[in-house]
Design a protein around this ligand. Structure first.
Ligand code: ATP
Ligand code: MG
Length: 476
């Protein structure tokens, strides 16, 4: 090939490739020396070769002909003149498998002729089965959400996972207009928007979607589909469901935050507690002498100071509890005894607010493994929250049941308070989250730590009116 021709070819090779790829048949271009100059996608699909494996190779790689390309061309022409139809050629694929197919050889008459060889019947249809199979796989893949839209915004294909996202059956979705599928949902909140057909591309776009039952966190890719002339004929949308990943991330984030708070707390709690102990000691001495000398005013001030010191002390204890896996002495705990001991405390507190406490026991509570004092602290904290939430009147119900599914005993503490608004419910277990002027926001985070440490769970349900905390513990 002369230098000028090869330059010319290089310059136009992209257009040539585009042209060849649009052809429905397998096509390749051969030069005078019999070397392959260019191939199209269809040829690669039917032969199994990559482009690099073919370009610059002798044309015999595909057509096992004994002779030059010129000879082949002339023989082919002769046959065609006799037959009046496209003559057949022998061809072979990468595995060496041979077959025969009608072919057309077209020559570009130039200083350096080029032979364009069409292999009919090795058309897109041949490998259609394979792409069909891929589509079938994609549409049945459990985790990949795929929608294909036509230019009228009808869903022509939807994978099983995609239909699950919609909360619908495939039959309800296929060939249905998106306006119909998302009837009643404003355009901006739809999972699939019409603007996709106008060329709005999405790449790794994070979004969330809630159908009637469930909320999904998704990563979305979307683009238009064009026909051979470049006209938009549809669009596709691909979803990856990352809901689990997201909640895992949130958990991780929370644990990191807890660990950080823990480090700070562990570092400062002891430093606070030591001076407190000596202040407390001296105050007790003052109290004694004020009592003896009848200095009542000073005595009452000292008593207040001591109460305040005790408050700081219990706060510091909570800090220490959050900060490190304390050397807790686990033993068998009888929950019946725990409740027998805490009920009077809860009742006396409730009485102050005019609140009724109802303890419903359907049979004996089982034994659990844990730390008695810490478990008492959990139940008292949660009851205290309930009482504080109800304010002037209400009922605090305490009951229990065995959760067969989870294999746990569940202690349920229900109040008739205003409930917990949805927008804060995710935060109530966070250390320092409080909506109370006097609150520290440590109550529930300490409870959660104590319960998690013994393999239990705390769940909260609050639907508009009233709140229930379920403390679930593995039992013996
Ligand atoms: N039964 C409940 N009803 C309504 N809101 C509640 C209930 N229990 C907890 N909350 C909410 O959760 C928040 C966090 O509770 P938590 O016990 O951790 O801290 P706190 O009660 O605010 O402070 P502290 O326990 O230190 O007094 C509360 O401030 C309140 O907004
Ligand atoms: Mg509290």
């Amino acid at each position: 090939m002369s230098a000028s021709f090869s330059l010319h070819l290089v310059g136009s090779s992209r257009r040539l490739q585009q042209y060849m790829n649009q052809l429905p048949t397998a096509v390749f271009l051969v030069n005078q020396e019999g070397r392959i100059v260019e191939v199209n996608e269809q040829l690669l699909r039917v032969t199994g070769y990559s482009r690099d494996q073919l370009v610059n190779q002798p044309f015999q790689t595909i057509l096992p002909f004994d002779g030059s390309v010129v000879q082949m061309y002339e023989e082919h022409l002769q046959k065609e003149e006799q037959l009046d139809v496209h003559a057949e050629v022998e061809w072979r694929d990468r595995q060496g498998k041979c077959g025969r197919t009608p072919a057309m050889i077209w020559v570009q008459q130039a200083e350096q002729p080029l032979y364009l060889i069409h292999l009919f019947q090795l058309s897109k249809e041949m490998d259609y089965a394979l792409s069909q199979r891929l589509l079938a796989k994609l549409t049945h893949d459990t985790s990949l959400g795929l929608f294909v839209l036509d230019d009228q915004a009808r869903i022509v294909e939807a994978s099983q996972a995609a239909c699950k996202l919609l909360g619908k059956d495939r039959l309800q979705v296929i060939n249905t207009h998106i306006d119909h599928v998302f009837a009643g949902i404003p355009e901006q909140h739809r999972l699939i928007k019409k603007e996709l057909l106008e060329g709005v591309k999405l790449h790794n776009t994070a979004t969330s979607w809630t159908n009637d039952n469930q909320r999904y966190e998704l990563i979305v890719d979307a683009n238009t589909l064009q026909d051979d002339s470049g006209k938009t004929v549809g669009a596709f949308v691909l979803f990856k469901d990352i809901t689990n990943l997201r909640s895992y991330e949130q958990k991780l984030e929370r644990n990191e935050r807890l660990a950080m708070i823990g480090q700070i707390a562990a570092g400062t709690a002891h430093e606070i507690r030591n001076p407190l102990t000596s202040i407390k000691g001296f105050l007790q001495m003052f109290l004694k002498s004020f009592t003896e000398t009848g200095m009542d005013r000073e005595k009452s001030y000292t008593e207040i100071m001591l109460t305040e010191i005790n408050r700081i002390n219990s706060l510091v204890s909570e800090f220490l509890l959050l900060s490190k896996p304390r050397n807790v002495q686990y033993s068998m705990v009888d929950l019946n005894t725990v409740f027998a001991e805490i009920l009077p405390i809860v009742e006396s507190q409730a009485l102050l607010y005019g609140i009724e406490v109802k303890f419903t026991s359907n049979g004996k509570l089982p034994m659990v493994v844990g730390d008695t004092e810490l478990l008492k602290q959990v139940f008292i904290n949660i009851c205290k929250n309930g009482i504080e939430a109800m304010g002037e009147q209400g009922t605090l119900h305490i009951s229990h049941h065995i959760d067969q599914n989870e294999d746990k005993v569940s202690i349920d503490i229900r109040d008739t308070g205003p409930g917990i608004p949805l927008y804060i419910i995710d935060k109530i277990f966070d250390p320092f989250f409080t909506t109370k002027e006097e609150g520290t926001g440590l109550g529930l985070s300490v409870c959660q730590k104590i319960i998690h440490d013994i393999g239990g769970q705390i769940r909260v349900s609050s639907k508009g009116y009233g709140t229930t905390f379920h403390i679930m513990l593995p039992y013996l």
